[in-house]
Design a binder for this molecule. Structure first.
Ligand code: 3PG
Ligand code: MG
Length: 424
């Protein structure tokens, strides 16, 4: 059901609570937290511009990281307020809390066109618990609710879902922001009746992460191209050798079922025929999770669908790239989710970057290309082709859940267009 959008709201002089996804990658530099990628912020500017132009008093709410109910200084949104002010070329006020008397007074003082960013809502446990009393306190700050946080719409949290329910109960309108609307259009409507051939490119480490998406896309796609470590779970299902590649041995049956479904539905389901392999060796460094950082030796092209015993597959090979590029070149609609290999390491980035190039070229020839968020967006930006595709999602987990065909709680809670009683 179509949802009310911010375009249809009368917001003049009203307090508008806007949930945004400013969960941006940050890094400590010289004792300060700096933002590494402002894409998610930039993408909310159309909504903010519209609200400013229409005289709304704007209250922005967001989360940052996973502070688990504690005040974690490195996860404060204060630097985000400063960066937003610079981006939007006007003041963005900041208040170091998201509920309570001080916040209410600050909101009260806002004039039409003013913007206030609240502190990280996840500094309260009640946010993730979707606590009704907490949602009620957030709702006290506003007359209207706008959700532009597509990247968080798969979470039924107080600021993404609960507050909309409270607002609706008291007769307030809850609308999708312009970014939310675009995300739902491209990841939803555009893929419902795609121009054909519809080619889906799926990569990433795990079959288990993508199996629901694969199942759903097998009902829509003409061709599915597989890459990334999940290749090896499919290869195992075909009785191939996978060497030291990352595999999910317990997902072989799931992989087999997907291959069978593809055959039954006459969907071309293409696996890599060659790969770039290397010998993994542990270093003494530990990663953030305390696991040893791996290094790779003896990097080489393996021209067979079997991986040698001492090696792991880390990227698709040149023969595969050639086939994938040809398929992509003929596509009219392209959906890409997940890299083809360990692209963060230059030695294993060739496949992902070649696919990025093929997708960009096809787009220039008139295909519609939709990039399903997360690592594929990172890869596309790294290859310098980010602006050469039709649409890049700002959602990671959210885009995956949406592509699985699941209803997102943050969207479900918005006012239905038919129910809102507007004149449009
Ligand atoms: C994200 O980056 O995935 C969203 O902002 C949601 O954050 P979460 O995965 O911590 O809920
Ligand atoms: Mg996430």
């Amino acid at each position: 059901m179509a949802k009310l959008t911010v375009k249809e709201l009368d917001v003049q002089g009203k307090r508008v609570f806007v949930r945004v996804d400013y969960n941006v990658p940050m890094e400590e530099k010289g004792g300060q937290m700096v933002i590494n990628d402002v894409t998610r912020m930039k993408e909310t500017l159309p909504t903010l511009d519209l609200l400013i132009e229409r005289g709304a008093r704007i209250v922005l709410a967001a989360h940052l990281g996973r502070p688990k109910g504690k005040r974690e200084p490195s996860m404060s949104l204060r630097p985000v307020a400063a960066a937003l002010a610079e981006m939007i070329q006007r003041p963005v006020a900041f208040v170091d809390d998201c509920i309570g008397e001080k916040v209410e007074k600050t909101v009260e003082a806002l004039k039409p066109g003013d913007i206030l960013l609240l502190e990280n809502v996840r500094f309260y446990d009640e946010e993730e618990a979707n606590d009704p009393a907490f949602a009620g306190q957030l709702a006290r700050l506003a007359d209207v609710y706008v959700n532009d946080a597509f990247g968080s719409a798969h979470r039924a949290h107080a600021s993404t879902e609960g507050v909309a329910r409270v607002m609706a109960k008291r007769g307030g309108l809850c609308a999708a922001g312009l970014l939310m609307e675009r995300e739902l259009k491209f990841l939803g409507d555009e893929l419902e009746k795609p121009a054909r051939p519809f080619v889906v490119i799926l990569g990433g480490a795990k079959v288990s992460d993508k199996i629901l998406v694969i199942g759903r896309l097998l009902e829509k796609a003409d061709t599915i191209l597989i890459g990334g470590a999940m290749t090896y779970t499919f290869r195992l299902a075909q009785g191939r050798k996978v060497g030291k590649s990352l595999v999910e041995a317990d997902k072989v049956e799931v992989a087999k079922a997907a291959l069978d479904k593809a055959k039954a539905r006459k969907v071309q389901f293409i696996l890599p025929t060659d790969d770039v392999v290397a010998e993994p060796v542990k270093t003494d460094k530990l990663d953030k999770k305390g696991k040893p950082v791996m290094d790779y030796q003896d990097v080489r092209v393996n021209g067979s669908a079997d991986v040698p015993d001492d090696a792991a597959g880390l990227d698709v090979g040149p023969a595969t790239v050639k086939v994938y590029a040809e398929v992509i070149a003929k596509a009219k609609t392209i959906l890409w989710n997940g890299p083809m290999g360990l692209f963060e390491d230059q030695r294993f980035a060739g496949g992902t970057f070649a696919v990025a190039r093929a997708v960009a070229d096809a787009t220039q020839q008139g295909a519609k290309s939709i990039i399903g968020g997360g690592d594929s967006v990172k890869a596309l930006n790294k290859s310098g082709l980010g602006d050469k595709v039709t649409f890049m999602s700002t959602g990671g987990g959210a885009s995956l859940e949406f592509l699985e065909g699941r209803e997102l709680p943050g969207v479900a809670a918005l006012t239905d267009q038919r129910a809102c009683g507007c004149s449009h």
